[in-house]
Design a protein around this ligand. Sequence first.
Ligand SMILES: [Zn+2]
Length: 274
Amino acid sequence: MPELPEVETILRSLEPKALGCKIQKVAVLNAKTVKKPDPASFANCLEGQEITGFSRRGKYLLIEIGVSWVLVVHLRMTGRLIFTETDAPCSKYTCVIFYLDQGKEIRFQDVRKFGTMHLLPYREVDSFSSLSVLGYDALDPQLSLEIFRSMLKGRRGQLKALLLNQSFIAGIGNIYANEILWKAGLHPGRLADSLKTDEQKRLYQAIKDVLKMAIKHRGTTLRDYVDGDGNRGEFQNLLSVHGREGEPCPCCGNTISRIKQGGRSTYFCVYCQK
Ligand SMILES: [Zn+2]
């Protein structure tokens, strides 16, 4: 499932090519992808408009359309946004096609079909419930160590679950939660409000470092994820613990363990993570 580094990589690959392009026509091939408005109005609003901006909030990609609309995209499990030539072969999993000028297209492909699109008036974006519940974006420069410490105060529950909670901090999913906790040397079952001052700092720094490093390597492709050019990421080759049960910990050489937490696999090193 694409997390913050993957969505950021898609943004960075799409933006230079699609910014300023005009949407000539929209084809909604899977009506369920478009949550708002209905597919016909969706296409109507977009046709003839220019793509004027890209931004990201957590795992949401926001595409500004003209001066008054924002297309809010969530890729969920297997969604892909690919900038391509009109004559390139079309996947049978294509759900929405944005026909642009100069023989280009952006195609939204989605094998599992859980991905969503909401086209909202610009002024309604901040009050859109899916976005308004989000906590700080994990890479928001305004999220200082001081603020992070105050967010941890009085937080019950385990660290792993807290990192996955998008209303606590937005953008982190299972892969990066595992990697961040390993990097911070913190056990995934630790209670959030039990962290000492130096442990809080390590967690804060690990969040920033791991996500930035993953963006530098253009995200993690375990199965479906590709960037806006259709290219796989490279960070899967640099994962320290995620998906590596039974392999040696890169730090101490002891065997990496796997447990289930909240129905999801947690990979960690019992020696390095206290
Ligand atoms: Zn270790």
